[in-house]
Write a protein that binds this ligand. Structure first.
Ligand code: SF4
Length: 207
């Protein structure tokens, strides 16, 4: 089978390509992620994929299109997970499905299926909808058990690994999570310092 694989990032591609190849599938990758913000991050993920694909002997199709204003327009001003992710995933898989159908691939899939942090059921549903609309098969696999393998392979290859999913909202959410964890390390929950901090007073040891 010839498969067009939507690639969200190089690290997830390592374990996904390995899994498909183990099934004897001929894989071509495509990078279509207008959700990634800012442009410098988009370029960095694309450049990382270029070097990773070269090392894996993975052919790539299509260029790194970047239409952040179109992506934001689709979201109609923001939104929370999981609705926001459904719109985002639908656009990326719809594009991949049309490219696969127009280029003679028997099926398409996505490296998003590797990540345990993604909305897995939404990926499956939107993949199937995109497949039906384009007239090509969505090749589904639950690859989340391979996430650790993707980290291993990425470390071995020295690949850049991002700290947030991609969009401006996920960047802000990840930063808020980091701030919260740092706060909990500094003032463990239940400690008197945490109570002082929660009440807006400066903890004694900081005085
Ligand atoms: S969190 Fe990830 S999947 Fe969800 S909207 Fe943002 S970039 Fe897209």
């Amino acid at each position: 089978m010839k498969l067009l694989l939507h690639i969200c990032c190089a690290p997830c591609s390592t374990a996904a390509v390995e899994a498909w190849r183990q099934e004897g599938v001929r894989v071509t990758g495509t990078f279509f992620n207008p959700n990634i913000h800012p442009f410098a991050e988009h370029s960095l993920r694309w450049q990382t994929l270029l070097s990773c694909a070269g090392a894996m002997g993975l052919p790539l199709m299509g260029g790194p299109e970047y239409d952040i204003t179109g992506w934001l327009r689709r979201l109609k001003g923001g939104g929370q997970r999981p609705e926001r992710c459904r719109i985002c995933i639908s656009q990326r898989l719809g594009h991949t499905a049309r490219l696969a159908a127009g280029s003679g691939f028997g099926a398409f899939s996505t490296t998003l299926l590797v990540s345990p942090y993604q909305e897995h059921e939404i990926i499956r549903e939107e993949g199937e909808k995109a497949a039906e609309a384009a007239g090509v098969r969505f090749a589904y696999r639950d690859l989340r058990a391979r996430y650790r393998r993707s980290i291993e392979l990425s470390r071995e290859a020295g690949l850049y690994r991002q700290k947030y999913c991609g969009c401006i909202y996920s960047d802000a959410e990840a930063a808020a999570g980091r701030r919260q964890r740092a706060g909990e390390r500094a003032f463990p929950p239940g400690s008197s310092d945490a109570a002082e901090a929660a009440a807006g007073r400066r903890p004694k040891r900081q005085a």
